[in-house]
Design a protein around this ligand. Structure first.
Ligand SMILES: O=C(CO)[C@H](O)[C@H](O)COP(=O)(O)O
Length: 273
């Protein structure tokens, strides 16, 4: 770092001194380094902590979602269980969630023993104005939807980048659709014929060939062209032979917590729950 840069940084640090530590960290990092990741991580944590603080109680059966945001929720859940001696049973939505529950020393169970959950907390790839979600960026949509469907309350946690008026504004990778492997070509063709857009088979990153889900299926990503009636689209895609589940979660979420860039948490409630 040159002397000139050092003195510029010093001047800016003094200017930022009255700001809160968190905001100062953001502004500082935003200006001088690739901090968007740090901000998003902080936002995920804010949303996750708020949801666990507000929705988890003693004796709850809790569904544990999948993805990177849920990691913060499980951290906070484990902390509360230790500090408040809460009796909590966790139902995972994926292999990853199962590992998280075990690694954090939480009580692991399943839908056979607990088919009715008090609350499910999970992330999302995009949330629109009426709390319709796109999920499945991590490929866990089927178990996530099953577990969410068994819950009295389905609570979503996300950072500010997932907040959208209409699906497709923020999330550009399309709607994930889990399919039986032998059906991936006919299902892709049927979706494009009926709804337009483009369907791609999701490929693995450090393995040759496609992503294989926890249920041994494939994932299609449907890049849709325009806004749709998502309830109808979800039902229609589910009716195509070979489709296991879609990543459209319609009328399921009760509340979403968005961690925001300024360190606040914004909530949005579903009008019908
Ligand atoms: O649906 C999911 C996995 O299938 C995740 O909940 C969703 O992709 C959000 O993930 P992240 O918290 O990493 O942004």
């Amino acid at each position: 770092m040159t002397l000139r840069t050092r003195s510029r940084l010093g001047g800016i640090s003094r200017l930022l001194a009255p700001l809160s530590a968190r905001l100062r960290k953001h502004v500082f990092q935003c200006r001088f380094c690739d901090c968007s990741t740090t901000m998003a991580e902080e936002a995920k944590k804010l949303a996750a902590y708020a949801a666990v603080n507000n929705h988890i109680q003693h004796n709850h059966v809790v569904g544990v979602g999948s993805g990177s945001t849920i990691v913060y929720a499980v951290d906070r859940l484990a902390e509360r269980v230790r500090q408040e001696k809460l009796n909590i049973v966790c139902i995972p939505t994926s292999f990853q969630a199962r590992q998280l529950v075990l690694q954090n020393g939480l009580c692991l169970s399943d839908l056979d023993r607990y088919p009715e959950l008090d609350v499910v907390i999970d992330g999302a790839d995009e949330v629109d104005a009426s709390l319709t979600l796109i999920k499945g960026g991590g490929g866990c949509l089927t178990q996530e939807k099953i577990v969410a469907g068994c819950a009295k309350q389905f609570i979503v946690i996300a950072d500010y980048r997932k907040d959208s008026k209409m699906l497709g504004q923020q999330w550009k990778k399309g709607v994930p659709v889990e399919v039986i492997p032998m059906a991936h070509v006919p299902v892709s063709r049927a979706i494009v014929r009926r709804f337009g857009g483009e369907v791609v088979l999701r490929m693995a990153v450090s393995k040759a060939g496609p992503v294989v889900t926890d249920n041994s299926n494939f994932i299609l990503d449907w890049k849709f062209e325009c806004a749709q009636n998502w309830k109808e689209v979800n039902t229609a895609i589910k009716m195509i032979p070979g489709v296991v589940e879609t990543g459209l979660f319609v009328d399921m979420a009760k509340r979403v917590y968005f961690g925001m860039q300024d360190g606040s948490v914004k909530t949005r409630d579903c009008p019908i729950h």
